[in-house]
Ligand binder design. Structure first.
Ligand code: NAD
Length: 509
C-alpha cells in the first residue's frame, strides 16, 4: 500500500489550463448571470480555477440554438459534411490531447495511467469510427413490394436523426462519457446540448472550445452548458424543443429524468448504476489470478466505475483461500497521487462522495466482517482518499451487497453451486456487467447466459470497444451505447409507402 503524500507532482508539460466559458450558438460566452463556480482538485483540495455557472436562461439559449441548427441547416442530411467535421474534431482532440489529459487528472482525480486508456486515448481513438459511420451507415433501405389493402406498394425505411439531444454526464470518466455521447449523436446528424457534472466541467468546456475554434461544425450544433445547479440540467428533460435525453449517471437521477421526460414523451436513453458480480467457479485453476483481477479492479480509480465488479462470489469449497488472496492483493494496490504513473487509484471526486462511501463502510461494519481497510488513510491529510476496503461473509440482502457504493469497496459472498451463484448474481435491481471465471469455458458460458446483465466477461474478457454495444438490463439502464445499436439510439425510423406504379423512389443511404 502506498504511503506517499499527494504533493503536487504535476509535470510542467502537463500544466492544467481549463476553459471557463460555455459554448452557446457557436460562441464561447460567460454565464448570463455573470457568476462562476470553483473547480476543485480532489487530490489536494486546491482550487484549480473557475467555470461559468450556466443559468436556466443560458440553457434556454442553448436549446434554442440547437433547435435552430437542426431545423434550419443541412447538418442532419449532409452525411459527408458531418464526416469531415468529425475528422476535424478528431485532429483538434489529438492536437490538444496533453492539455485534456492534464484536465482529467486534475479535476477528476483520475490516475494518469488510466488516461492512456479509457479516460482519454480510447475515446479519441474512437472518433474516426464514428466519422466513418456518419457517411457509411445505410440510412435508407427498401422493403420488398407488397399488396396492402389491395394496392401494390413499394416501401422504404428511412433512418433520420432524432433532433435536439440533451446529453447529461457524470464525473467519473468525464471525457470518455462526454465523447461517448457527442460522437455518435453528431455522427447520426443530431444537434446537442451537453451538460457535464459540476465536479468535472472542464472536460466538457474544453471540448466546446475545440468545436468552436478548430472545426467547421456549424453554430448551434454543439452547445456546452456547465452549471453548479443540477436543476439547470433538468430544463433539458422538460423542454419540448428537446427530442431526446442521453444520460449517464446514478439510477436515482435516471428515474427522475425518465419521469420528467414523460410529459413531452421524449426518447430517453439511460446508462445507470451497477452492482456487478464476479463469479469464480470451483474448477478454477489459478484462484490467485481470478481473485487478484477483481481485487485490483475494484480499486482502479477508487472504484468509481459503474461496470466494476463489486461483488465477489466464491464457492464455499475455496472461500477462505479466496478471501485471503483478495485481501493480500488489495493490500498491495498502489494508490495516492494521481500524477504518479505507478498509481492505480487516486482520491474520490469530492468530499461529498467520500462521506457517502464512508457511510456505506460503516453500514458494512455492522452487517459483515471487515477484513481490510475501512477508513480514511492516516497518511493522506489532504484529498478525498479512502483505503481499499474488503468485507467478507456478506449476505446477499445486506446493504453493501445491494447498493452501489462507488468507492474502493469489495464485498465477498459464498455460494453452494452454479445455480446458487446465478441466483445471487441476479439478486439485484441492477444488471450492468459481470464476469465468470472457470477452467471450463463451456461451463462459464452456461452461467454467463443466465446472468441478467448487458455485458459479461468470461475469464476476464474485455468488452469495451466502439463497435461493441454496452448498457444495462433492469435498473441499470435503457438502451445501448457504442456499436451499431448505440448509433441507432440516435436515429428515428420513418416508413414511406408509394404505389408501385408511381416509379422508383430514390435511395440515398
Ligand atoms: P448523478 O446522477 O448524481 O449525476 C449525473 C449527472 O446528472 C450530472 O451531470 C448531474 O448534474 C446531473 N443531474 C443531477 N440531477 C439531475 C436532474 N434532476 N436532472 C437532470 N440532470 C441531473 O450521478 P453522479 O453521482 O454524478 O455519478 C455517479 C453515478 O453514475 C453512479 O451511480 C454510476 O454508477 C453512474 N454511472 C453510470 C455509468 C454507465 O454507463 N452506466 C457510467 C458512469 C457512471
Amino acid at each position: 500500500m502506498s504511503t506517499s503524500e499527494p504533493e503536487s507532482t504535476t509535470p510542467a508539460h502537463l500544466e492544467v489550463r481549463g476553459e471557463q466559458r460555455l459554448l452557446i450558438d457557436g460562441k464561447l460566452v460567460e454565464a448570463s448571470g455573470g457568476a462562476s463556480f470553483v473547480n476543485i482538485d480532489p487530490a489536494t483540495e486546491a482550487v484549480l480555477g473557475d467555470t461559468a455557472d450556466g443559468t436556466t436562461a443560458d440553457m434556454d439559449s442553448a436549446i434554442a440554438a440547437a433547435r435552430r441548427a437542426f431545423d434550419e441547416t443541412n447538418w442532419s442530411t449532409d452525411h459527408s459534411f458531418r464526416r469531415r467535421c468529425l475528422e476535424q474534431f478528431h485532429s483538434a482532440l489529438e492536437a490538444h490531447k496533453e492539455e485534456l489529459r492534464a484536465v482529467v487528472v486534475a479535476e477528476a482525480g483520475s490516475p494518469i495511467a488510466l488516461t492512456y486508456a479509457i479516460q482519454v486515448d480510447l475515446p479519441f481513438d474512437d472518433v474516426p469510427y464514428w466519422a466513418e459511420q456518419a457517411e457509411r451507415y445505410p440510412y435508407d433501405r427498401s422493403l420488398p413490394e407488397r399488396t396492402v389493402f389491395g394496392q401494390r406498394t413499394r416501401r422504404m425505411i428511412l433512418r433520420e436523426a432524432t433532433g435536439v439531444v440533451g446529453a447529461i454526464t457524470p464525473w467519473n470518466f468525464p471525457l470518455f462519457l462526454n465523447m461517448a455521447k457527442l460522437s455518435p449523436a453528431l455522427a447520426a446528424g443530431n444537434t446537442v446540448v451537453l451538460k457535464p457534472a459540476p465536479d468535472t466541467p472542464w472536460s466538457a468546456t474544453m471540448l466546446g472550445r475545440l468545436v468552436a475554434e478548430e472545426t467547421d461544425i456549424p453554430p448551434g450544433v454543439v452547445n456546452v452548458v456547465a452549471s453548479a445547479d443540477h436543476m439547470v440540467g433538468e430544463v433539458l428533460t422538460t423542454d419540448p424543443r428537446v427530442d431526446m435525453i442521453t444520460f449517464t449517471g446514478s439510477t436515482a437521477t435516471g428515474r427522475r429524468i425518465m419521469a420528467k421526460a414523460a410529459d413531452t414523451v421524449k426518447k430517453v436513453f439511460l446508462e445507470l448504476g451497477g452492482k456487478s458480480a464476479k463469479i469464480v467457479l470451483d474448477d478454477v485453476e489459478d484462484l490467485g489470478a481470478a481473485v487478484g483481477g477483481i481485487a485490483m479492479g475494484v480499486c482502479v480509480h477508487s472504484g468509481q466505475g459503474c461496470a466494476i465488479t463489486t461483488r465477489l462470489l466464491l464457492p464455499r469449497s475455496r472461500y477462505d483461500e479466496g478471501v485471503e488472496l483478495a485481501a493480500a492483493m488489495m493490500a498491495g494496490v498502489p494508490y495516492g497521487d494521481p500524477w504518479d504513473p505507478s498509481k492505480l487509484a487516486g482520491p474520490l471526486v469530492s468530499a461529498k462522495q467520500r462521506e457517502r462511501v464512508l457511510g456505506y463502510i460503516e453500514k458494512g461494519k455492522a452487517e459483515a466482517r471487515l477484513v481490510l481497510g475501512g477508513s480514511v488513510p492516516a497518511d493522506f491529510p489532504k484529498g478525498f482518499f479512502v483505503e481499499p476496503t474488503l468485507f467478507a461473509d456478506v449476505d446477499s440482502k445486506a446493504v453493501i451487497a445491494q447498493e452501489e457504493i462507488f468507492g474502493p469497496v469489495l464485498s465477498v459472498l459464498a455460494f453452494d453451486d452454479d445455480d446458487d451463484a446465478v441466483r445471487i448474481a441476479n439478486d439485484s435491481i441492477y444488471g450492468l456487467s459481470g464476469d465468470v471465471t472457470a477452467a471450463s469455458e463451456e461451463r462459464a458460458m452456461a452461467v454467463a447466459r443466465r446472468v441478467r446483465t448487458g455485458t459479461m466477461g468470461i475469464n476476464g474478457g474485455v468488452y469495451l470497444a466502439p463497435d461493441a454495444p454496452f448498457g444495462g438490463y433492469k435498473q441499470s439502464g435503457v438502451g445501448r451505447e457504442h456499436g451499431t445499436e448505440g448509433f441507432e439510439e440516435y436515429l428515428e425510423t420513418k416508413l414511406v409507402a408509394i404505389p408501385a406504379e408511381a416509379g422508383s423512389p430514390k435511395l440515398t443511404g
